[in-house]
Design a protein around this ligand. Structure first.
Ligand SMILES: Nc1nc2c(ncn2[C@@H]2O[C@H](COP(=O)(O)OP(=O)(O)OP(=O)(O)O)[C@@H](O)[C@H]2O)c(=O)[nH]1
Ligand SMILES: [Mg+2]
Length: 462
C-alpha cells in the first residue's frame, strides 16, 4: 500500500442504499479548497472558510450535472483536531446513491482522490489519533453481530486496553531507566532501585501480560466451534466414551490396545452448547510407520484442543497411575485446559467420588455410571469458557498473540534473572524485548504489509 498523506481523499461514508441522509467524507490538506468549489453556506460571509473551530454549516451544493443546487449541511474540522488528524469535512445531504456518487465524482474533479478501504481510519492511526488496537476496534464496532461483541469493541475503541498497555509501557521504560542508570555506577556501589522493588514491578507486568496472553490464546472468531479431545493411554476406554457421548457406534472398539489409528470426530449438541468431540489414538511409543502416523495425528489433535479430556483407567495400579500422570503432563501444552476422568470404574473396587471433589470424575462408559455427571461438568466448563468475555477483540488477539507470548516469556525471564540476582544488565535486556513487543501490539512498530492486512478488511469511507 502506497501511503500518501498529502493527497486529499473522499468517499461515501454512509451505508449503501437509499436513506433519509447520506454522508460524503473528505480528508486532507486541500479539503477546504476542494469543498468550496461545490459548497456555499447560507451565511453571506461564508464564515466557515475562516473559522478555526469545528462547526456545522447549513448551505447548498452545486454539482455540474444538476440543474438545481442541493440542500446540504457541511461539518467542517478546519484544523488537525479531527478524526483523521487532518483538515476534514463531511457533507450531509439526501441519501440517494446517484446523488452521493455525483458528489464524490465532483469532489474528485475538484482535486480529491477516491479513498481506499479504511483509509480515513488509517490516517487517524498514522497521525497518532488512535492506536492500532483502536483502529481494529473501529471495524469491529461496525460489524458487531451481538451485544457482547459490541461491548468489547466499544471498550477497545474507547482505549480501555490501550490505557493499561500505555501505563505498562511507561512503567517498563521507567524501570529500564532506573536499572540502566545504576549500571553506570556499578563500581561505586550506588543502587538506584532495590532488587525487591524491581521484582515487584516485573511481577505487576507479568500479571497483566499473562492475563492478556491467556485471553488472546483462547479468543476465537464468532461462530467458532470448540474442540474437545479425548486422550490417554491405549485401552483407557476413549473410544467407548466417545461412542457413548455421540450416541452411536462411530469409533471402533476392541480389547486390543492401539485400536484407534486415525482420529474420529463428531459434533455434539447439549443444552444449547455445541462442540466438536475428537477421539484419538492412545499415547504410546511408536514401532512402525502406521503407529508413527497415528501418534502424529494424536499429537496434532491434542495440541489444538480447547479442552483435553484425559482418560485414565481405574484398573491401573498406583504406580501405573503415577506413570499415567506424567504422560498426561507430557501431552499437555502450557496453560491448556484439561480434566482427568477415571474410566472403566466398574472394573475397579474403588467407590465413586462425587463431582464436587474436583476435576477428577469416575465413570463407566459401559454401565453408564457417572456419565451424566461427566457430561454436566463438560458442558459447564465449555459454557464458562464461552462466557468469559475477552478484553481483546478476536482480530486483535490473532495479531497480538505471538507478541504477547514473547513479551510474557521475556518478562518471566527477567523475573527469574531478578530472583537469581543475575544482574541488572540481563534484566534490562529482557525488559527491552518485552517493551518492543508491547510497541508492536500498540502499533508503534509496524510494517506496511501489516497495515495493508488490517485496513484491507475495512469498507471504503471508514
Ligand atoms: N468394563 C469396562 N470395559 C470398558 C469400559 N470402557 C472401555 N472398556 C473396554 O476396554 C477396551 C478398550 O476400550 P476402547 O474404548 O477401545 O479404548 P481406547 O482407549 O479407545 O483404546 P485405543 O483405541 O487402543 O487407544 C474394550 O474392550 C472396551 O470394551 C468400561 O467403562 N468398563
Ligand atoms: Mg480407541
Amino acid at each position: 500500500m502506497a501511503i500518501d498523506l498529502q493527497d486529499t481523499i473522499t468517499a461515501i461514508a454512509s451505508p449503501p442504499g437509499p436513506a433519509d441522509r447520506g454522508i460524503v467524507r473528505v480528508s486532507g490538506p486541500d479539503t477546504q479548497a476542494i469543498v468550496q468549489q461545490l459548497f456555499a453556506s447560507d451565511d453571506s460571509e461564508q464564515a466557515w472558510k475562516s473559522t478555526r473551530l469545528p462547526h456545522r454549516w447549513p448551505g447548498s451544493l452545486t454539482l455540474p450535472d444538476f440543474c438545481r443546487s442541493l440542500p446540504c449541511h457541511l461539518l467542517f474540522w478546519p484544523t488537525t483536531r479531527s478524526y483523521t488528524g487532518q483538515i476534514m469535512a463531511e457533507l450531509h445531504l439526501i441519501g440517494s446513491t446517484p446523488v452521493l456518487e455525483a458528489v464524490t465524482e465532483s469532489l474528485c474533479q475538484a482535486g480529491a482522490r477516491l479513498a481506499g478501504r479504511g483509509e480515513f481510519t488509517l490516517r487517524a492511526f498514522l497521525s497518532g489519533r488512535i492506536d492500532l488496537l483502536q483502529a481494529e476496534a473501529v471495524n469491529e464496532v461496525i460489524h458487531a453481530t451481538d451485544h457482547e461483541e459490541l461491548q468489547t469493541a466499544l471498550s477497545q475503541l474507547g482505549g480501555g486496553i490501550t490505557s493499561r498497555l500505555l501505563q505498562l509501557r511507561a512503567d517498563l521504560v521507567a524501570l529500564i531507566g532506573d536499572l540502566e542508570a545504576g549500571l553506570d555506577f556499578v563500581d561505586e556501589d550506588i543502587e538506584f532501585i532495590s532488587a525487591e522493588e524491581v521484582g515487584l514491578r516485573i511481577q505487576r507486568a507479568v500479571s497483566l501480560v499473562s492475563s492478556l496472553a491467556t485471553d488472546s490464546a483462547e479468543s476465537h472468531p464468532a461462530g467458532y466451534r470448540r474442540r474437545v479431545v479425548l486422550a490417554g493411554q491405549p485401552n483407557a476406554g476413549k473410544s467407548t466414551l466417545f461412542n457413548r457421548l455421540a450416541g452411536e457406534e462411530l469409533a471402533v472398539i476392541t480389547e486390543v490396545p492401539g485400536t484407534t489409528r486415525d482420529f474420529v470426530s463428531t459434533v455434539i449438541k447439549r443444552h444449547r452448547t455445541e462442540f466438536e468431540l475428537i477421539d484419538t489414538a492412545g499415547l504410546e511409543e511408536f514401532r512402525d510407520q502406521i503407529e508413527q502416523q497415528s501418534q502424529t495425528f494424536r499429537q496434532q489433535q491434542s495440541a489444538t484442543a480447547d479442552l483435553l479430556i484425559w482418560c485414565r483407567s481405574a484398573a491401573l495400579s498406583e504406580s501405573e497411575q503415577r506413570a499415567d500422570e506424567s504422560m498426561r503432563l507430557q501431552c499437555l501444552r502450557p496453560n491448556q485446559n484439561c480434566f482427568t476422568v477415571i474410566t472403566q470404574c466398574d472394573r475397579s473396587e474403588a467407590t465413586l467420588i462425587p463431582s464436587e471433589a474436583g476435576d477428577t470424575l469416575q465413570i463407566s462408559a459401559v454401565t453408564g455410571a457417572g456419565t451424566e455427571q461427566f457430561e454436566q461438568q463438560l458442558i459447564s466448563i465449555l459454557k464458562d469458557r464461552g462466557q468469559a468475555r475477552s478484553e481483546l477483540l478476536a482480530t486483535s488477539s490473532v495479531r497480538c498473540r505471538e507478541s504477547l507470548r514473547q513479551a510474557l516469556q521475556a518478562l518471566e525471564t527477567a523475573a527469574a534473572a531478578c530472583s537469581q540476582q543475575l544482574g541488572d544488565e540481563l534484566i534490562s535486556l529482557e525488559l527491552r524485548t518485552a517493551l518492543r513487543q508491547l510497541q508492536s501490539i500498540l502499533g508503534e512498530i509496524y510494517t506496511d504489509d501489516l497495515l495493508d492486512h488490517i485496513f484491507s478488511n475495512f469498507c471504503i469511507g471508514k
